[in-house]
Design a protein around this ligand. Structure first.
Ligand code: GAF
Length: 380
């Protein structure tokens, strides 16, 4: 039985009926633009073929019944009891329903059966995929006319206010707005977007995504600390956000704290790298992305200090094994790297990294080749 048949069966098992539909939303890799979103800056992610899928149908009894295929768990909540602070996987679903109701949408209960093949805690937006799939389901089930960017914002409210992770808009925007065969350039202040064609196969490239198996989380303190330092730096510099720093040297000269200076340098140079990546995408020759990826990694390692030894070893090994450019992707402190390789070489580079991990005594990594996929929608 496929995963989707299994969620339909599970839905039938608890309600006695077929679901009203199946909705999905993908995980993502961020090609470039890390920790720039909450600084009002620029990001350039693309969606993965791996996705969260919900079998869903409305309920009239004011309850939310949430089931997870992989975790084999069953949560039954009254809509009137939904409140921030809920823990565990079900908070990502319940948080969306709470956010919709808080925003004034007149939505009732539902039964939602979830399956997902986005690896958890790997920095590939497994949580945003769940949230955005539930937003897509609820919009169709309850006839809500909500623009895609506003759907992403609602999903982010679930993540920030209900789950309690102080993230930016990157993940939910990617999961909702991405299109197949393209990256999504997003200006996180104006919310303007541009689709950036990524014809990797056509140009003889592949994108390796390798999970270091070092788990990462947004709910712990490091993410919030980075964010708070950026906000304090912007305050000291007298700008609304670090995106507004136009003269990096002058800004650094105004700051006394060395850690803060490094954080600012990362954010400002990373924004520049995203804009250069956008130019590369517009020019149509993807080779120009490679040095930007590697420079982004160095900046995350040395200035933002969000990489860890497994991630650094994976990037170093990828580059010495022939990758054209490589970087950690996502929030950091573990998770995945991406590497731009010549076509046919990604798997061998994955194996080279696995060997170097074995020598270093690290867990065995997992990897796949990513193709830019379509954002959230209805499956059936
Ligand atoms: C996580 C967050 F959820 C995003 O908002 C973003 O800040 C990212 O880390 C770092 O670029 O994925």
């Amino acid at each position: 039985m496929s995963g989707y048949d299994a969620i339909v069966e599970r839905y039938r098992g608890v309600t006695g009926e077929a679901p009203e539909g199946l909705w999905y939303a993908p995980g993502r890799v961020n090609l470039i633009g890390e920790h720039t979103d909450y600084n009002d800056g620029f990001v350039l992610p693309f969606a993965l073929e791996r996705k969260a899928v919900v079998a869903a149908g409305r309920r009239v009894d004011g309850r939310l019944r949430l089931l997870s295929l992989e975790l084999d768990e069953d949560v039954d909540l009254a809509l009137s009891d939904l409140a921030p602070g809920q823990e565990g996987w079900s908070a990502y679903l319940a948080g969306v329903v709470w956010a919709l109701r808080e925003a004034g949408h007149d939505v009732g209960g539902a039964t939602l059966v979830l399956t997902s093949d986005v690896p958890l805690g790997a920095g590939l937006s497994s949580s945003a995929a769940i949230e955005c799939a539930v937003v897509a389901a609820y919009c169709d089930l309850y006839g809500l006319d909500i623009a895609p960017i506003d759907r992403a914002k609602l999903a982010r409210v679930a993540e920030n206010a209900y789950v309690g992770a102080p993230t930016g808009l990157l993940d939910q925007a990617a999961s909702t707005l991405c299109q197949a065969e393209a990256g999504l350039f997003l200006d996180c202040r104006s919310l303007e977007t541009e689709l950036v064609p990524l014809p990797m196969a056509e140009q003889g490239y592949e994108m390796l995504v390798l999970d270091t198996k070092t788990p990462h989380s947004h709910v712990d303190g490091e993410y919030g600390t980075r964010r708070a330092t950026c906000e304090e730096a912007a305050r000291l510099l007298g700008v609304p956000a670090l995106r507004d720093v136009t003269d990096l040297d002058a800004a650094l000269a105004k700051l006394d704290d060395e850690t803060m200076r490094r954080r600012v340098r990362h954010v400002v140079t990373e924004d520049e790298r995203v804009l250069r990546a956008l130019e590369v995408g517009r020019s149509g020759d993807l080779a120009g992305l490679a040095p930007l990826l590697t420079a982004s990694h160095a900046s995350m390692r040395d200035d933002y200090e969000i990489t860890v030894p497994t991630v650094d070893l994976a990037v170093e090994t990828a580059l010495s094994a022939g990758a054209l450019g490589a970087r950690m992707t996502g929030g950091g402190f573990g998770g995945c790297i991406i590497a731009l390789t010549h076509a046919g070489e990604a798997d061998g580079i994955g194996r080279a990294i696995a060997r170097s991990f074995a020598e270093a005594g690290y867990a065995t990594p997992e990897w796949f080749t990513a193709v830019p996929a379509q954002g959230a929608g209805r499956l059936a």
